[in-house]
Design a protein around this ligand. Structure first.
Ligand code: 2AM
Ligand code: CA
Length: 262
C-alpha cells in the first residue's frame, strides 16, 4: 500500500507541475483564465489519484477536496488534497504539495505528502515511523518558547472569521517565541514539524483533507497533535502539532487566551 501511495503521489505531483507551468504562462496576462486553470489542475490531479485508487482498491472509500465523499461502506478511506497550498501553487512559490492519507475506521494508518518543487516525499505508516526520501524523521527537542520557531496559517481570515480569528493569538505569541512562520500549506506545516524544522504549528479552521496525511507523519516522527484545548476534536476545534516537548506550554498559552477564540 505505501509503495502504491508514494507512486501515485509522485505522478500526481508531475501532473500538477505541468499544470503550474501552463498557469505561469497565462497568469501574467490573463487573470480569469489563471483561476480556471488552477481549478482545472486541482481536478485533474484528484481525478488521476481517484482513478488509480479505483483501479487498485475499488472497494475503498474516497474523500477528496474536489469531489467530496464517495459512497462506500468500507472501513478504509483515502483522503485526498490534490494541491495543498493553492496560493503558493498559483504564485510559483515552493510551498505546495499533494497529500494522500489512508484511514481505517477513521484512524490514519498510511500517509504520503509529496512536495514537487523540492522533490521531497514524506511518508509514514502507523507504528513504523515517518520518513523523508528514505531518511527517518524526528521532531526537534526544543522545549522553550523563546527558542522555538512556530508555524501558523490564516485560512480563518478568508473563511470570514472577523473577530475571533488567529491574528489575536499571533500578536500575543509573537513576542514569546524566537520567530513565526507562515507557509500556506497545512500538510507541509505538519511535515516541517515532523522533520524538526518547525517546533510547532497551529491553525484554527481547517478541513480533514488538509491534515489527513500530515497528522500521521507528525505523530510517527514523535510529535503530538491535539485540538487547541488538548483534545482530539481537530481540526474542528483548531489544531496544534508540536514536537511534544512544547505541547503543554502551548496549550497553556491557548487556554490563557481562550477568550480570543469561540
Ligand atoms: P489549500 O491550499 O488546499 O486551499 C493555509 O492556511 C491552509 O488552509 C492550507 O492548507 C489551505 O489549503 C487551507 N485552506 C484553504 N482554503 C480552505 C478551505 N476552503 N477549507 C479548508 N481549508 C482551506
Ligand atoms: Ca488543502
Amino acid at each position: 500500500m505505501i509503495e502504491f501511495m508514494k507512486s501515485i503521489a509522485k505522478q500526481a505531483g508531475a501532473i500538477a507541475l505541468a499544470g503550474q507551468l501552463e498557469l505561469q504562462k497565462k497568469r501574467i496576462h490573463t487573470k480569469g483564465n489563471a483561476r480556471d486553470l488552477v481549478t482545472d489542475t486541482d481536478r485533474a490531479v484528484e481525478e488521476f489519484i481517484c482513478s488509480r485508487i479505483r483501479e487498485e482498491y475499488p472497494q475503498y472509500g474516497i474523500f477528496g477536496e474536489e469531489t467530496g465523499k464517495s459512497d462506500s461502506s468500507s472501513e478504509y478511506c483515502f483522503i485526498i488534497d490534490p494541491i495543498d497550498g493553492t496560493a503558493s501553487f498559483v504564485h510559483n512559490l515552493p510551498n505546495w504539495c499533494v497529500s494522500i492519507g489512508l484511514h481505517k475506521n477513521g484512524e490514519p494508518i498510511v500517509a504520503v505528502v509529496y512536495q514537487p518543487s523540492m522533490n521531497d516525499l514524506y511518508y509514514a505508516e502507523k507504528g513504523k515511523g515517518a520518513y523523508l526520501n528514505g531518511t527517518k524523521l524526528h521532531v526537534s527537542a526544543c522545549d522553550t518558547l523563546v527558542e522555538s520557531i512556530v508555524g501558523t496559517g490564516f485560512f480563518c481570515l478568508r473563511a470570514g472569521w472577523k473577530e475571533e480569528n488567529n491574528l489575536k493569538y499571533v500578536s500575543r505569541i509573537a513576542p514569546l517565541v524566537c520567530d513565526l512562520r507562515k507557509y500556506g500549506s497545512a500538510a507541509l506545516d505538519a511535515c516541517l514539524v515532523a522533520r524538526g524544522s518547525l517546533d510547532a504549528w497551529w491553525e484554527l479552521c481547517l478541513a480533514p483533507y488538509d491534515i489527513a496525511a500530515g497528522v500521521l507523519i507528525l505523530t510517527e516522527a514523535g510529535g503530538r497533535i491535539t485540538d487547541l484545548h488538548g483534545g482530539t476534536e481537530f481540526p474542528q476545534k483548531g489544531i496544534m502539532g508540536s514536537n511534544g516537548a512544547l505541547h503543554s506550554t502551548l496549550l497553556k498559552f491557548f487556554e490563557d487566551h481562550q477568550d480570543l477564540h469561540s
